[in-house]
Design a protein around this ligand. Structure first.
Ligand code: AMP
Length: 509
């Protein structure tokens, strides 16, 4: 039951329908893509890869991403999509943890991947998808698809964890198929003439939307800029029709506030999610683009699928609870169990706040080579999301707080512990605690409260400058603190735990 069979099926049903486009240019129809994929899969096998091997994908949005993903599955391999802006040291950790023999890199990430590969014992090949070596993969003789069991791994999705180290979320072929079933049941229908435009990173949220579109033989469109550009999206909206787009709240806000006067004609659906959406912002979006919005709440561990706010709900203005519904993350997907539980895993009554827990076929198999974290997160048969929320009498879930300290900046998760651990490596720092501060454009920005060692206090400005350089040397730019606040000591409770709530209050002083 390899999910790559969906391409073979699409090629049989709609051989001539566009399958992959770069901007306005169609690169493959389904028959052509199926041919390319079966040859590229053979090219990967010729490199010595065996079923179950993990292949790192470190790319900005690019058509090669979709070709590679399908070829990896066709050959029975496992895809490891990785954020394209990670620091070489962060990449090296993931390559080593996943044990990847091969990394496929976008030209813009090639140098970082090569540096990381030098630190990762398992990496044997780094291939630039813009170079001849990548095109040569497809010169091999096509191979038959490698069959997979439903629980076999398809996707290893690296997410950061509260321990500060990224963990590999194991998603099987069946998990991904279940995810698509949920999408069709509750989010939207897709026709063969439709397409998905990938304006958000394909290594994360947007990448999952490739699959329901493949199932219906619709087209995957990758913007030529490889990212989010309002003008480009409006232009694509004039060319393509039946467009679905995934947008993090930050992106949606930028689109809604864009001065470009364009009705976005081809747009069918924007699915938003990945972080909290303010009611005023979704109302502004509805006012500008009309009834084209659905919201999804999910996480890597239950991809794209925990609750959904349907298009119909967004339009039901006369409902007495409309404002509450809009502020919620919608209702559980059909066929998925969602409960709010207390710390003892007891189901809480309606309207009480507890941890959101999920059970169903879409839930991950566990964390890669991390039995302790898997057992903790999947205890008693339920995925413990780490998100706090409450269910109301109509079944709507409202998230009260994210997994308490998680910072979401520009739709991307930043785990304070990860930033803290990097800062603590610096000799000027004695203590540190990182929190998020509300930011009008990015949702939140990273602020570090630091206690400096006495020698650093002599020239504080210089010390803070050095900290910034240190962060740039160790982690992705978007994760580093945008502000430092120096304290004599961190506020702590009686057991010595830092009181982040008090730090957040200091931000407003
Ligand atoms: P990730 O695993 O990177 O997809 O991040 C998932 C986390 O993002 C969830 O556990 C939530 O904390 C947050 N999240 C996802 N979707 C929503 C949403 N629609 N509203 C609020 N927070 C969300």
């Amino acid at each position: 039951m390899n999910i790559a069979h969906w391409l073979v099926s699409a090629a049989q049903r709609h051989p001539q329908a566009p399958a992959l486009a770069w901007g306005r240019t169609v690169l493959h129809n389904h028959a052509g893509l199926a041919r390319q994929v079966s040859a590229m899969a053979a090219g990967l096998v010729n490199l010595g890869l065996k079923p179950g091997d993990r292949v790192g994908l470190v790319m900005r949005n690019h058509p090669a991403y979709w070709e590679s993903l399908l070829s990896i599955w066709h050959a029975g391999l496992v895809a490891v999509p990785i954020h394209s802006q990670l620091h070489p040291k962060e990449l090296a950790y993931i390559f080593a943890d996943a044990g990847t023999p091969l990394v496929l890199a976008h030209p813009s990430t090639l140098s970082a991947c090569e540096q990381a590969a030098a630190l990762s014992p398992t990496v044997r090949h780094v291939i630039d998808v813009g170079a001849a070596a990548y095109r040569q993969l497809a010169q091999a003789s096509p191979m038959a698809m490698v069959e997979r069991a439903p629980s076999d791994l398809a996707w290893l999705f690296y997410t950061s964890g509260t321990t500060g180290r990224p963990k590999g979320v194991m998603l099987s072929h069946l998990n991904l198929m279940a995810m698509c079933g949920h999408y069709f049941a509750d989010v939207d229908t897709i026709a063969v003439q439709d397409c998905v435009v990938h304006a958000a990173p394909m290594s994360h949220g947007s990448g999952l939307y490739t699959l329901p579109h493949l199932a219906q033989a619709a087209c995957n469109v990758v913007p030529e800029s490889g990212g989010f550009d309002a003008q480009e999206l409006f232009d694509l909206g004039a060319h393509w029709s039946g467009i679905t787009m995934f947008a993090a709240p930050t992106m949606l806000k930028r689109l809604v506030e864009s001065p470009i006067d364009d009705p976005f004609t081809g747009l069918k659906t924007i699915v938003y999610g990945g972080g909290p959406m303010y009611v005023a912002d979704i109302e502004a979006a509805l006012a500008r683009f009309g009834p084209r919005f659905a919201q999804i709440y999910g996480q890597g561990e239950s991809p794209m699928t925990i609750t959904v706010s349907t298009k119909a709900m967004h339009q039901d203005h006369h409902h007495p609870r409309h404002a509450m519904r809009l502020a919620s993350v919608g209702r559980p997907f059909q066929g998925l169990e969602v409960k709010v539980m207390d710390a003892q895993d007891q189901v809480l009554p309606l309207d009480e706040i507890g941890e959101v827990c999920v059970r169903g076929q879409v839930v991950m198999q566990g964390y890669w080579q991390n039995p302790n974290a898997s057992a903790q997160t999947l205890r008693n048969g339920w995925l413990h999301t780490g998100d706090m929320g409450s269910l109301d009498e109509e079944g709507y879930l409202t998230l009260k707080d994210r997994s308490k300290d998680l910072i979401i900046s520009g739709g991307t998760n930043i785990y304070p512990r990860e930033v803290e651990e990097v800062l603590l490596l610096h000799p000027d720092i004695s203590e540190v605690s990182v929190v998020g501060q509300a930011h009008p454009e990015w949702g939140e920005e990273v602020v570090a409260f630091v206690v400096l060692r006495p020698h650093a206090l002599v020239d504080q400005a210089q010390a803070l400058h050095a900290l910034d350089a240190h962060c740039l040397d160790h982690m992705a730019r978007f994760k580093r603190p945008k502000q430092y606040r120096v304290l004599q000591q961190l506020p702590k409770n009686e057991t010595g735990k830092v009181l982040k709530t008090e730090l957040r209050q200091l931000l407003n002083v």
